[in-house]
Design a protein around this ligand. Structure first.
Ligand SMILES: [Zn+2]
Length: 64
């Protein structure tokens, strides 16, 4: 599995991340969280097309 990277800048909350990544992408890929190594589904896109997901255990945004 591809290893993900932290999204920069760091989002203060899940809600803030959802606002920055408002578009759902059902075809998103799975990556390994750079923190806990858990599986993170990248299911949202930013307006510029950047793919992102949210790692709940780390409470932090993850990208490809
Ligand atoms: Zn994690």
């Amino acid at each position: 599995m591809t290893r993900g990277q932290w999204l920069q800048p760091r989002h203060g909350s899940h809600e803030a991340w959802e606002k920055d990544y408002p578009k759902l992408d059902p075809h998103g890929m799975d990556v390994a969280c750079p923190g806990c190594r858990g599986v993170v589904k990248l299911i949202r896109r930013s307006p510029s097309g950047k793919l992102g997901g949210w790692c709940k255990p780390c409470n932090r945004g993850v990208g490809a």
